[in-house]
Design a protein around this ligand. Structure first.
Ligand SMILES: Nc1ncnc2c1ncn2[C@@H]1O[C@H](COP(=O)(O)OP(=O)(O)OP(=O)(O)O)[C@@H](O)[C@H]1O
Ligand code: SF4
Ligand SMILES: [Mg+2]
Length: 332
């Protein structure tokens, strides 16, 4: 890939239990995102999407830690940096948009001051220059009457407006990488569309790479260039969105795509029986085996190796799948 911005190699994340044992929540995730590319990481609740994102942003909670692998940002391993170097990257070069925009905002700071805060910390701009940049950015993310809104408090804004503030805040320093963790799940359908359009436009215009996290294959289909399907802490299928959506191979991907819209905005109901394994579960074979309509005896014992499938639409992009159905030696 040309100009990789983020390379995650065999990332493993563990959660410390009270007895000091460590449960594996992310069990070997590898993915690469190039300049200006939008990569969708998709999976059901509890698969490890947020932990993967937080590991990249350096925001894992205290009882959760990276137990293996590498996270390279523009070639440098973030996991080997000291806290001061890491802080320099966060916010300035890696932006993060959360599902609940209020989590990123200070309730006691007016909107304009809040958006301008990273500029105050990371640049030498004076107050007037900061105000100008903030108002420009507010208009750019579709916030009407920026002068008036800048003087409002977070609790005075709607969910959609707060998410636009969150996006303005994370993009003001023009980061090379934006991580968006279900940024539209809490919003109504119309606002959801507008925010997706905005994210796509901003990334395209500025060449920002984006790791976009969602449980909804429809949303990823419309927004992303490539997709990784995550199940029980592992990517089970990966490729261009067109190839994976037009020609899903892994039985779990097929199950996800057969899910139907639920009653809440952004919610989808999974059509397949059973649930995602727990983080403490030992998974010697394919973690999807208990739910898979095609499971074979070897699926319970051996984790399937990767197989490379031809991508008819774009030979330059690899379409990979981890499933015994696609390993010739497993079927004979
Ligand atoms: N701070 C924590 N302490 C203990 N367990 C945690 C913690 N954070 C996450 N986990 C567990 O790790 C697993 C992966 O969590 P993660 O939040 O990454 O899932 P997710 O794919 O983002 O799910 P969702 O779609 O619900 O947001 C889950 O089983 C979750 O319960
Ligand atoms: S490896 Fe086996 S159990 Fe897992 S998805 Fe493929 S066929 Fe199903
Ligand atoms: Mg999550």
């Amino acid at each position: 890939m040309r100009d990789p911005v983020l390379e995650i190699r065999d990332l493993q994340i563990g959660i410390e239990r009270e007895d000091a044992a460590v449960d594996g929540a992310v069990r070997g995730v590898s993915l690469t995102i190039g300049k200006g590319e939008i990569y969708g990481l998709v999976g059901e609740s509890g698969c490890g999407k947020t932990l993967t994102a937080l590991a990249v942003a350096g925001l894992l909670p205290p009882s959760v830690r990276v137990t293996g692998g590498e996270i390279l940002f523009e070639g440098d391993n973030l996991l080997e940096m000291d806290p001061a170097q890491r802080r320099k990257h966060n916010g300035r070069q890696i932006g993060m948009v959360f599902q609940e925009p209020l989590t990123a905002l200070n309730p006691l700071m007016k909107i304009g001051a809040q958006i301008g805060e990273p500029l105050r910390i990371h640049t030498d701009l004076n107050a007037r220059q900061i105000r100008t940049r903030v108002l420009e950015m507010m208009a750019r993310v579709g916030l009407q009457d920026p002068e008036i809104l800048a003087d409002r408090w977070p609790h005075q804004l709607s969910g959609g407006m707060l998410q636009r503030v969150g996006i303005a805040l994370s993009l003001l320093l023009r980061p090379s990488l934006l991580i968006a963790d279900e940024p539209t799940t809490a919003l109504d359908v119309t606002t959801q569309e507008q925010i997706l359009e905005l994210l796509r436009e901003l990334c395209r215009d500025s060449g920002t790479a984006m790791l976009f996290i969602s449980h909804d294959t429809d949303v990823v289909n419309r927004l992303c260039d490539r997709i990784g399907i995550l199940y029980a802490g592992r990517i089970v299928e990966q490729g261009s969105v067109r190839q994976v959506m037009d020609n899903p191979l892994h039985p779990y991907t097929n199950g996800l795509m057969a899910s139907i819209p639920g009653v809440l905005a952004g919610e989808r109901l999974f059509a397949m029986h059973g649930s995602v394994p727990g983080i403490g579960d030992v998974l010697p074979g394919c973690a999807f085996a208990p739910r898979c309509p095609h499971a074979m005896p070897q699926c319970l014992k051996i984790f399937p190796d990767v197989s490379l499938q031809p991508d008819l639409n774009d030979p330059g992009i690899e379409h990979t799948v981890y499933c015994h159905l696609f390993l010739r030696e497993s079927r004979t």
